[in-house]
Design a binder for this molecule. Structure first.
Ligand SMILES: [Zn+2]
Ligand SMILES: [Zn+2]
Length: 447
């Protein structure tokens, strides 16, 4: 990986002068979930200012992705829209159709609302748009590649549509690999076949899955390894390391705190960063609730004066634990020996490689953070104290992202790793585009 590190380093130096980006990027939300799941409302629709819908943080099957909330949203300057596959998709033609419809929906929306929104199809476009407009920048991604990529031409096609990354596996086992089954009845029912099979029989990442990762990389598309089962993730990480394909994880969780199949271990996280990838956390307090945490984290949780489970506190706790793991292992990650550098001694450009993303998953069939105070919270609000909206209402819609970051900042949480993630995302996408067509070639496989 050393040659690769130098490569990234040179890019960093270049960008220090060429202005590195420090913006909030939401790595995946779903404005088009109504296409595969028609019972949910259409995303990006707008309401007249006097008719704001009543929304609460419990909005699992409701559209909360109103375009009003994404205009000039300081908590998410760049948004990645994830086109969702249908879990039961039967063939390549149908898979393409369901994704194309969503990509077009977003493109048309941006065209019709071009005062406030713009779709960027490359990292270069994002850099330019950040300098020249105030618009919300939209990037395409796809969640679930089942039946979607059957050859290099398919991958090239999605790259030409501006797709930055594809989350290979979603909720069911497919011919690409096996999916993580969360300890919830809904997840088990969706992936009934996988649930009923013995782990050994389910397998991990298939040959087809490996081939697809290579096709994507050779098209300039990153592979997101979120949603993979343990075996699948292990095999994907090994395969990607072997082929110098940086892995990204947009919305899995942290195994030492969320001890279930969607949790990534400390070792795996370090491996992801060693291979120049990054991880990103879901922001929902509902998704990050501790589940049989390791004693170290249970003790930390027990010692907190203010901790409201399922609220912003839950995101805050996991984010800080992950940040601590990554930053305290920076020398191990960067393979530096003999130096005693503290993380804080690194240059801003060097710190980009240790960024941590976030993913809102708005309209991804989940509730968001509950409030800290009031009836639905854990504590009574104190009279005379001014609270942030996120503390009183939780996260009913994307308009509250700004309040979340503001509150965390007030409470002394270092948010720079989250802001650096936009630069990391751009650098990685650039790396894929610069190396497209070269992955796996020297090894003579998958020509
Ligand atoms: Zn997902
Ligand atoms: Zn999703």
């Amino acid at each position: 990986m050393r040659v690769f590190n130098v490569c990234i380093l040179l890019l960093c130096f270049f960008n220090v002068n060429g202005q590195e980006v420090r913006e909030y990027i939401d790595l995946q939300m779903h404005p088009t979930i109504h296409v595969p799941y028609s019972f949910i409302g259409k995303g990006f629709e707008s309401f007249p200012p006097e008719k704001e819908p009543k929304l609460t943080y419990k909005h699992q099957f409701k559209n909360v992705n109103y375009s009003n909330y994404w205009i000039n949203n300081k908590g998410a300057r760049i948004i990645v829209t994830g086109a969702l596959t249908k879990e039961g998709i039967k063939n390549n033609k149908k898979a393409k159709r369901v994704i194309s419809e969503q990509v077009e929906y977003v493109n048309n929306f941006a065209l019709e609302n071009s005062d406030d929104f713009v779709v960027a199809k490359s990292p270069g476009e994002i850099r330019t748009l950040l300098k020249t407009t105030e618009k919300t920048i939209i990037v395409h991604s796809i969640e679930g590649a089942k039946k979607l990529i059957t050859n290099q031409a398919d991958a090239d096609y999605w790259a030409s549509q501006g797709v930055a990354f594809i989350t290979l596996i979603h909720l069911v086992d497919s011919d690409l690999g096996s999916s993580a089954i969360k300890p919830s009845i809904v997840t088990k029912l969706i992936n009934l076949k996988g649930t009923l099979k013995k782990t050994k029989k389910r397998g991990g990442l298939t040959e087809k899955g490996k081939e697809t990762i290579l096709w994507l990389a050779n098209a300039g598309i990153m592979t997101d390894i979120t949603h993979m089962s343990d075996q699948c993730r292990t095999e994907a990480l090994d395969f990607m390391e072997e082929h110098q394909i940086p892995p990204i994880v947009t919305h899995d969780v942290f195994r030492p705190i969320q001890n279930h199949p969607r949790g990534i271990s400390e070792k795996e996280i370090l491996k992801i960063y060693q291979n120049n990838g990054f991880i990103s956390l879901p922001i929902s307090g509902a998704s990050l609730k501790p589940h049989n945490p390791a004693p170290k984290y249970q003790q930390q949780l027990d010692s907190l004066d203010c901790y409201c489970n399922g609220s912003i506190d839950t995101y805050k706790f996991t984010y800080q634990a992950v940040k601590n793991l990554i930053e305290s292992n920076h020398q191990f990650i960067a393979e530096k020996t003999g130096s005693s550098d503290h993380f804080s001694d690194l240059s801003e450009a060097e710190k980009v490689d240790f960024s941590i993303g976030f993913q809102s998953d708005f309209n991804g069939f989940l509730n968001h953070s509950r409030p800290r105070y009031g009836k639905k919270g854990c504590y009574e609000p104190v009279e005379g104290v001014t609270y942030e909206p996120i503390e009183l209402d939780g996260m009913p819609h994307p308009g509250y992202l700004e309040s979340q970051w503001r509150l965390l900042e007030k409470e002394g949480v270092d948010l720079e790793p989250i802001k650096r993630n936009s630069e990391k995302f751009l650098q990685l996408w650039e790396y894929f585009l610069e190396h497209k067509g070269t992955f796996g070639k020297s090894l003579g496989t998958f020509q």
